[in-house]
Design a protein around this ligand. Structure first.
Ligand code: CP3
Length: 326
């Protein structure tokens, strides 16, 4: 969850001379910022440095990151006519810088598990229509209600772009790929089943077909969607801190892994809060009857930029105390 992000002074140093997108487009620098947290903390895994929105740039929606304002798109899809301007060709070569970054990271961190990722079709659709971040994506939800056929078609095209992107990252050496359905949580369960689930299933089916046995994780930033998210058929489910770890593991059964769920604000709250949260995860992993299937310790959402690096070291130490009974 954005482990290489803005909380590390050495990352901010790299960013002094380079815009975020220039960084993402430079595989060697992506390698450097992905390695930075591995030098500091005893982590088991690394994630390729990129962003979920690069796909929107590649289809011609014109991505920009402005200081303090978050991402904006120069060419959002506000009407059905706008959708016809998008260019779905050659995405593999347009996004090739990320596959190169995966290859470099595979070689540079041979002993770490390596994650690739992409945004979910619905989450990409949210940015594509809204043209920027939003708390409720009202314009996007209105578009989806007003133009259901164009929406379904765009979600399918996005699903094909997302699966192609994940397949290339797996082929370049990623051990697992995570799909971020960050904005699935703005939908109620019925709407989510209609607007996000079908394209998530389409992604899972294409990836599993192209890379048999591929490990896939699905992150939904919402506790109320855990049961529905399990229907997408991914090999693991990544939990926001509003989800119940106990319920998720019960629902996931013995074949689906779990990940995440740690409240990212404990890292700002001092040693006692950190130890208490690690102990909570330990307790909840051992509740129930499940055993035999993994849990990836992680935050429930991206690390906050104001996190002191020492707090991450403390969390790693506290997590190492959790007895493992697999
Ligand atoms: O190395 C890593 O930690 C992995 C990198 C990673 C980034 N973005 C890098 C990044 C990952 C996994 C993402 C995913 C991502 N990007 C998501 C899904 C995860 C989530 O947060 O729910 C979303 C919604 C985005 C879109 C995005 N990118 C936003 C909203 C922002 C914040 C913009 C702002 O100014 O607040 C970004 C920028 C971004 N992506 C940064 C990083 C390290 C910060 C860039 C910087 O200022 O240097």
């Amino acid at each position: 969850m954005r482990q290489a992000g803005r909380f590390l002074p050495e990352y901010r140093d790299v960013r002094k001379d380079l815009s975020f997108l220039d960084l993402v487009h430079s595989p060697e620098v992506c390698l450097e910022v992905a390695l930075q947290p591995l030098r500091r903390f005893p982590l088991d895994a690394t994630i390729v440095f990129s962003d979920i929105l690069t796909i929107l740039d590649a289809i011609g929606a014109g991505l920009r990151f402005q200081k303090g304002d978050g991402p904006t798109l120069a060419e959002p899809v506000r009407t059905p006519g706008d959708a016809s301007r998008l260019d779905w060709t050659d995405l593999g070569s347009k996004l090739g810088y990320t596959y190169e970054a995966v290859r470099l990271l595979r070689a540079g961190a041979p002993d770490h598990a390596l994650f690739g990722f992409a945004g979910s079709p619905w989450t990409l659709f949210c940015y594509l229509v809204e043209g920027e971040g939003s708390s409720d994506f009202a314009r996007t939800r209105t578009f989806a209600r007003r133009y259901p056929d164009v929406t379904a078609h765009l979600l399918e095209s996005l699903a094909d772009a997302v699966s192609g992107h994940l397949i290339e990252q797996l082929r370049a050496g990623a051990d697992a790929v995570q799909v971020f359905d960050t904005w699935g949580g703005i939908l109620g369960e019925t709407a989510w089943r209609h607007l996000s689930l079908p394209s998530l299933r389409r992604v899972q089916a294409s990836v599993a077909k192209a890379v048999p046995g591929a490990r896939t994780l699905l992150f939904v930033r919402a506790g109320h969607l855990t049961a529905a998210a399990l229907e997408a058929g991914y090999s693991g489910i990544s939990l926001h801190d509003t989800a119940s770890l106990v319920d998720a593991r019960r629902l996931a059964g013995r074949t689906v892994a779990t990940q995440g769920n740690i409240d990212n604000t404990v890292l700002l709250a001092g040693p006692d809060a950190i130890r208490a949260e690690a102990a909570r995860v330990g307790r909840e992993l051992h509740a129930g009857e499940r055993g035999g299937i993994g849990h990836i310790v992680n935050l429930g959402h991206g690390i906050l930029p104001s996190t002191p690096p020492e707090a991450v070291a403390m969390l790693c130490e506290a997590v190492a105390q959790i007895p493992v009974i697999l």
